[in-house]
Design a binder for this molecule. Sequence first.
Ligand code: ZN
Length: 478
Amino acid sequence: MAKDNQFVSQIADIEADFPQWYTDVVLKTKLVDYGPVKGTMVIRPYGYAIWENIRRELDDRFKAAGVENAYFPLLIPMSFMTKEAEHVEGFAPEVAVVTHAGGAKLEEPLVVRPTSETIIGHMMGKWVESWRDLPLRQNQWCNVMRWEKTTRPFLRTSEFLWQEGHGVFESGEEAESETLSMLALYREFAKNVLCMPVLTGRKTEKEKFAGAVATFGMEAMMHDGKSLQSGTTHYMGQNFAKAFNIQFTGKDGALDYGYTMSYGVSTRLIGALIMTHGDARGLVLPPPVAPVQVVIVPIAQKKEGVLEACAALKARLQKAGMRVKVDDTDNSPGWKFNEWEMKGVPVRIELGPRDIENGKMTVFRRDTLEKSDGYLLSEAEERVAELLGEISAALYAKAEARMKERIVNASSLEELLRGVDGGNFVRAGWCGERACEDKVKEFAQATARVFDEEHNDMPVCLCCGKKAAHTVFFARAY
Ligand code: ZN
């Protein structure tokens, strides 16, 4: 028994010390390890397989929407970064700069991309000449580097993986509409692939992307009630088009600047799903992104026919499109149960001589920890596929219920503080003044996450008492 429980005892208590729980889980399930350079991470195969599933699901969606993939260089001339004033100011503290290469000092220093608006703007400026070249909609999957002071695996690291989509349009309306439709795409993806409910909406001037006219965010509630910004889309107006000379001849023959937008999600999403679904035993992975969806644990595996039956079941489930593994290592079944539970595999099938004789299998679901031996082996494909679907729906429903329960209204700073101290998102009116936004941060260490655009019903600013311009979701954030 001591041996069987050792995995659980390796992980800090999720309620008592959530930050340590997170660190224990990401390291002990071998999602990630620390890189030799401070602030960098190594994404290990189990973590990278989650990223590959995220990437495939998103990539399919982008392509279905008509976006093409391309790849732009890692290094950006320093002069590009200074062309858009707000952009350079926003990113200057975080950029890593290459000053020497090939054994000599470079004439112009090169920036390791913190994001690619500038270099993509430059290239699009070369490619766009007439309205016939528009819209131009491209995406790249790449790494970026932002020199961060405090780092945590997946949540904030100096180098991370992401996708950045960029579009140029003839009109501001079209670019804005693409900005919102990509936000809707992210929201659908979060729901159906990550099983994660999100709040989406516009961000304040203070929280927007450096150089954008408007930024929209997707925020998710983590187990501890803090918010994790999980994706953003930006409408740039003509700011970058003017800085990078993206000009086109319109249908009327007149020369105009294009309207640009961009959107991105990163390996942060892995942190988001860990902190949304995880429990005392470790990871709980949503079936659509789980590297292993079904683990088959042989019982009395040395007995004749057991491993063969497991292999045959694996082949059938794989053929039906599932990601399946048989754990035929020498460890005890109890050890295997604990290990795969910690690693968050959605479904475990236990198969022993008696099950095989009765034509049945024992099925355990990770999200509810329920075990059932009523499954017929002959119906394995249909029943397990059905169960994976049920698990996805249940994970979403559970996270959604928690989020709804933990959104509270506040009409004063004191109420807001009580709300965020209690692990809630707080809805409150805001006048639109930066001073009031700063005061919220100072008073409660909470920030404006997104506007509640569906229900703008809070009448007065929680800070100054003047008429509210927006209803805002405030929260402490990662
Ligand atoms: Zn105010």
